[in-house]
Write a protein that binds this ligand. Structure first.
Ligand code: G
Ligand code: MN
Length: 402
C-alpha cells in the first residue's frame, strides 16, 4: 500500500493538515489542494488512488467537482466529507458517484479505514480494466479517460427509443408498448453503455428527462389506447422533474406504466414508498421490472406495491423444458393472482415458451417471439412464422390490468 497517492481537498488549511498527517502516517503519499480548481490541476498532472474532498468549497460545488474528476479519471474513488449532516446531502453524494460520505469531524481511524477501502477498490477497478483488454471489451472502450462526458453528450443527442409490444394472448391484442433506449453514438453503442456513462458522469437525471420527453413526443403516434411502459433508473425517483406538475410525462400519466427494476438497489432513494404513492396519485401505474433477476428477491415488491410485475427473461428462457423454472414461475403467478397484481412474462422467444406460460395461466407476454423492439410501434404476430390469415383483426388495449 506504500506509495499510493492520495489527493486531499479542503479549503480549511488546519483540517487539511490534520488529515494529511493521519494519512501520511499510513505510508500514503498525500498531496493537498485548497479548492476544487487546484485539485483539478493536480489531476491534470498525475493520477491518484483516492481523493478525499470537502463538499462545500468556494468556487465549485460537490457535483461540479465530481464531474471534473470524472473527466480525468473514471475510476478514482472520491470520499466526500461534510460538516452538515443530512440525509439529502448524503444521498446527493451517492448520486454524484461518491465512494463514501463522511461527517466532520472524522476520526483518524475511520478516515484511514475508508481510504484503505477506497484504494483497494481502485486496484480492483484497474485490474478489471486491464483484464478487459483480453476480452476486447466494453470496459476498455468506456475506460478511455477524458471525453466520456463529451461522448455522453453526443449520445444524448443521438439516442432513439425502440418500442416492443406487451401482448394479451386472450385478446390477441396489445396491452401496451415498452420504450427501450437505443443509441447511435458509436462509442456507447448499447443502452447499458449510455446508462453507465450517465452514472459515471453524474448525469442520470439529464438522461431520464431526455428519454421521457422523447417518449412523450413519440406517444402522439401510439395506437389505440395502448399503454406506454417506461423504464426508470432507480435514481430517477429522486428527480423532482418526475413529480412536477406539467412535466411532459405527467400529462399522459394515465397511459403510462413506470417500470422500476429489481436489479438495482433502491437504497439511494429517499422516501421510496411516499414517492411511489405520489406517482400513483398523479395517475401513473407502477411495475416492478426484471423480477427473478435481482439479488433482492421480492424486496422491491413490498416497497413498491406495484400494479404489475414483469418476470425476467432468465426465468422464461427454456421454461418449457425446465421443471424447476415452471415450479417457481407457477408459484409466483399464484402469489400475484392472490395479490391482484398483473404479471407479464418477458423475453418469450419460442412458441414452446409461450405455450408453457399460457398453461401456467399467463395472459400478458412480451418478447422477440411476438415482436422485436423497433422504430414506431411494431405490430405483434401471435402465430409462428409462416402464412398468416390476411384479415386478422387487431384490437388494442384490452384491459389486462386489474
Ligand atoms: O430490463 P428490461 O426488461 O427493461 O430490458 C429489456 C431488454 O430485453 C431490452 O433491451 C430488449 O431489447 C430485450 N428483449 C426484449 N425481448 C427479448 C427477447 O425475447 N429475448 C431477448 N434475449 N431479449 C429481449
Ligand atoms: Mn423494462
Amino acid at each position: 500500500m506504500v506509495g499510493n497517492r492520495i489527493l486531499l481537498v479542503d479549503d480549511d488549511a488546519q483540517v487539511s493538515q490534520a488529515y494529511a498527517r493521519v494519512l501520511a502516517s499510513r505510508g500514503w503519499a498525500v498531496e493537498t489542494a485548497a479548492d476544487a480548481k487546484e485539485a483539478v490541476e493536480h489531476l491534470r498532472r498525475g493520477s491518484f488512488d483516492a481523493i478525499v474532498s470537502d463538499v462545500c468549497m468556494p468556487g465549485m460545488s460537490g457535483l461540479e467537482f465530481l464531474r471534473a474528476v470524472r473527466a480525468y479519471d473514471l475510476d478514482v474513488p472520491v470520499i466526500l466529507i461534510t460538516g452538515e449532516p443530512g440525509l439529502d446531502s448524503a444521498i446527493q453524494a451517492i448520486e454524484y458517484g461518491a465512494f463514501r460520505y463522511l461527517l466532520k469531524p472524522v476520526e483518524s481511524q475511520l478516515l484511514q479505514e475508508t481510504v484503505r477501502h477506497a484504494v483497494r477498490f481502485h486496484d480492483m477497478a484497474r485490474l478489471r480494466r486491464d483484464a478487459s483488454v483480453f476480452g476486447g471489451g466494453e470496459l476498455r472502450r468506456i475506460g478511455d479517460r477524458a471525453g466520456l462526458d463529451a461522448r455522453f453528450t453526443m449520445a444524448l443527442k443521438l439516442f432513439w427509443m425502440a418500442y416492443q409490444p406487451v401482448v394479451s394472448l386472450s385478446g390477441r391484442s396489445v396491452l401496451g408498448y415498452e420504450a427501450l433506449l437505443r443509441s447511435y453514438e458509436p462509442t456507447l453503442p448499447g443502452a447499458d453503455d449510455v446508462l453507465r456513462a450517465a452514472e459515471r458522469t453524474g448525469r442520470v437525471h439529464e438522461l431520464g428527462r431526455a428519454i421521457r420527453a422523447r417518449i412523450v413526443g413519440d406517444a402522439e403516434k401510439l395506437p389505440g389506447d395502448a399503454k406506454l411502459f417506461v423504464n426508470l433508473h432507480a435514481l430517477d425517483l429522486n428527480d423532482d422533474e418526475l413529480y412536477a406538475q406539467g412535466s411532459p410525462l405527467s400529462r399522459i400519466a394515465p397511459r403510462v406504466v413506470l417500470e422500476i427494476t429489481e436489479r438495482a438497489s433502491l437504497e439511494g432513494v429517499r422516501h421510496v414508498a411516499l414517492r411511489v404513492k405520489t406517482l400513483r396519485s398523479m395517475g401513473f401505474q407502477i411495475a416492478v421490472d426484471d423480477l427473478g433477476a435481482g439479488y433482492a428477491g421480492l424486496n422491491s415488491y413490498s416497497q413498491l406495491e406495484p400494479d404489475i410485475v414483469k418476470i425476467d427473461i432468465v426465468m422464461v428462457k427454456g421454461i418449457d423444458s425446465d421443471l424447476r423454472k415452471q415450479s417457481i414461475v407457477r408459484s409466483m403467478k399464484k402469489l400475484f393472482d392472490e395479490l391482484h397484481t398483473s404479471v407479464v412474462a418477458e423475453g418469450v422467444e419460442t412458441s414452446a415458451e409461450r405455450d408453457t406460460l399460457a398453461d401456467l395461466g399467463f395472459d400478458l407476454l412480451q418478447g422477440y417471439f411476438f415482436a422485436k423492439p423497433d422504430h414506431g410501434f411494431p405490430m405483434p404476430h401471435f402465430a409462428p412464422a409462416g402464412p398468416r390469415p390476411p384479415t386478422e383483426p387487431t384490437t388494442f388495449g384490452l384491459g389486462g390490468l386489474h
